[in-house]
Design a protein around this ligand. Structure first.
Ligand SMILES: Nc1ncnc2c1ncn2[C@@H]1O[C@H](COP(=O)(O)OP(=O)(O)OP(=O)(O)O)[C@@H](O)[C@H]1O
Ligand SMILES: [Mg+2]
Length: 218
């Protein structure tokens, strides 16, 4: 059995075990996400996909196992948005939060960060909406905005939980293309998805079932 984490992987898990209130959600998961590749995690509802992504994001600490996060910076776009519609934030504001990881939040954004925000808005076709209040957008537009926030981070690792769920086919294709471009420029992209377009674009597909890896392959 493999117990050492892979030295070439940006993110690597060995024997990871997570439980919620005594009920196991991950039961000894081995996982590697290489830099420069799009890894798609698939599997049925409740399989543990979001839990796996949160371990990679560092927001859940496993009860047992080895977590090796070699990439210096990580951007995480969770499955459900947690931005109150009552907050007076524009689309641009929400995307700009993604760039805060690049500079101290209390300083003005430097030019490179502003460019990262502009590029992320453009790549997700949000430039025309940038001054709209986030809370008045449709579900799909909000999802695109949160993805743009993840891209604006320009991190070495991009973790996305079902990024195309609320999106129409054209927008889902645009997302799959953006993920491919990120992977090709060296980012370790890990994406939970059932979307056939994303699965087709993937370098590696890992299937989870009942908290275990059932298949992993190119
Ligand atoms: N915060 C929590 N508290 C208690 N149980 C949880 C919590 N989060 C997840 N679980 C349970 O852990 C298991 C794995 O959940 P997880 O959200 O990782 O699955 P998933 O594969 O992402 O499912 P989905 O496709 O529905 O998003 C499920 O049985 C779920 O009910
Ligand atoms: Mg999930």
């Amino acid at each position: 059995m493999l117990t050492e984490t892979s030295p070439s992987a940006a993110l690597s898990l060995r024997g990871v075990y997570v439980e919620y209130a005594g009920t196991p959600a991950l039961r000894g998961v081995d996982f590697d996400a290489p830099a420069g590749a799009l890894t798609v995690v698939a599997g049925p509802n409740g399989a543990g996909k979001s839990t796996l992504l949160e371990v990679l994001a560092g927001t859940i600490t496993p009860r047992a196992g080895i977590v090796s996060l070699r990439a210096r910076s990580r951007a995480f776009v969770p499955q459900r948005a947690v931005i109150s519609p009552a907050l007076p934030l524009t689309v641009r504001d929400v995307v700009t939060v993604g760039a805060w990881g690049r500079v101290a939040a209390w300083r003005r954004l430097d030019r490179r960060s502003r460019e990262a925000v502009d590029a992320a808005l453009d790549r997700l076709d949000l430039t025309a909406l940038e001054r709209e209040p986030f809370g008045t957008l449709s579900g799909g537009q909000q999802q695109r905005t949160l993805l743009a926030q993840g891209l604006a981070r320009r991190a070495q690792t991009l973790l996305l939980d079902e990024p195309t769920t609320a999106l129409d086919a054209d927008t889902a294709t645009r997302i799959a293309t953006a993920m491919r471009v990120e992977a090709d420029r060296g980012v370790a992209v890990v994406c939970v998805s059932h979307d056939q377009g994303l699965i087709d674009a993937a370098d590696v597909v890992v299937s989870l079932a009942a908290g275990r890896v059932s298949t992993a392959g190119a």
